[in-house]
Design a protein around this ligand. Structure first.
Ligand SMILES: Cc1ncc(COP(=O)(O)O)c(C=O)c1O
Length: 323
């Protein structure tokens, strides 16, 4: 099924896509008062498996807490609702978008009296920047827009309002012929893309900006750091000056949507040899092997969706399946 079809979970009920409506006077429409997630499930040889859904749900509830939102559903309820919605739509693989938002009550700026509603949408979503980019890489520019300064819009929250900034970065990039923009923070250090985190490689060391560089703490970023360490690479989370982009041997984006996508040029300067670098390829391979269930799930990241499939890979350090 594609975007625009199937069932959507709304406040506890499954409704047809076309009926999943909210009022124009809803607080979220006017003030961007929503927090959301973007996760995926994959079609693996052992069945349909969600990738780190529990971690996504934790981030959703962290985001809600930062914005003083108390969802009417517990984390476990929403987690189960995601699984139920995948089953109801009979997806084998899909993108998963849970959203918690301020609904319809009053249109004062104060969100506190406004009900906190929730919905879960699913759709099929292939390679975000195009299949070809996974191999050949993308051309990007440093954005003229900075990421939000500390103590302005909290970037640890995945809130709809933060995507106004992402939209500016993305529109500028595509209008000027690039696939993506890389934003700096307001101090001029490298932050992230409009909807993805960034890694650089120089002299075989893997670098990524820390959470203090106005980034969303990506779950793919965390997974790639873990896989890089598993493969024996040194990983450094540190503030990176803009010019590190230009002298990097390799650069790549990571995120639920882009997965692991190489960057072949920044500001029309070639990165490395202008093709996917060997460390990028190794990490991309490791990531795709895990999400597609081709290797042992030793971190317990996969959660199978349908009856008769394993609930969760039994592995050292893996959390046990939820009841
Ligand atoms: C601004 C931003 N940074 C980073 C990411 C990557 O996060 P994740 O790997 O959890 O999808 C996203 C993805 O939604 C994003 O929107």
């Amino acid at each position: 099924m594609s975007f625009g079809t199937g069932k959507i979970w709304m406040n506890g009920s499954l409704v047809n896509w076309g009926d999943a409506k909210i009022h124009i006077g809803s607080h979220v429409v006017h003030y961007g008062s929503a927090v959301f997630e973007g996760a995926r499930c994959y079609d693996t040889p052992r069945g349909t498996a969600c990738f780190r859904l529990d971690t996504h749900m934790t981030r959703l509830f962290d985001s809600a807490k930062i914005y003083r939102m108390e969802p009417a559903y517990s984390k476990a309820d929403l987690h189960n609702a995601v699984l139920e919605t995948i089953r109801a739509n009979q997806y084998k693989a899909c993108y998963i978008r849970p959203i918690v938002y301020r609904g319809y009550h009053t249109l004062g700026v104060n969100p506190l009296p406004v009900p906190v509603d929730a919905a879960i949408l699913l759709w099929e979503w292939g390679a975000y920047l195009g299949e070809d980019c996974l191999t050949n890489g993308v051309d990007v520019r440093v954005s003229s827009w900075a990421r939000a300064a500390a103590n302005t819009f909290p970037t640890l929250a995945k809130t709809s309002s933060n995507y106004a900034n992402s939209a500016l970065i993305k529109m500028e990039a595509i209008t000027e012929g690039y696939s993506e923009g890389i934003a700096l923070d307001t101090a001029g250090y490298i932050s992230e893309g409009s909807g993805q985190n960034l890694f650089l490689v120089r002299n075989n060391i893997v670098y990524t900006p820390p959470v203090t560089a106005s980034i969303l703490p990506g779950i793919t970023r965390d997974s790639v750091m873990t896989l890089a360490k598993d493969l024996g690479f040194t990983v450094r989370e540190e503030m990176l000056p803009r010019e590190m982009l230009y002298i990097a041997d390799e650069a790549f984006f990571v995120g639920t949507a882009v997965e692991v996508t190489p960057i072949r040029s920044v500001d029309k300067m070639q990165i490395g040899n202008g093709r996917r670098g060997p460390i990028t390829e190794a990490l991309q391979q490791a990531f795709f092997d895990v999400i597609n269930g081709r290797i042992e799930d030793k971190h317990g990241w996969l959660e199978y969706v349908y009856e008769g499939e394993p609930r969760r890979a039994a592995a050292a350090g893996a959390r046990t399946a939820r009841a």
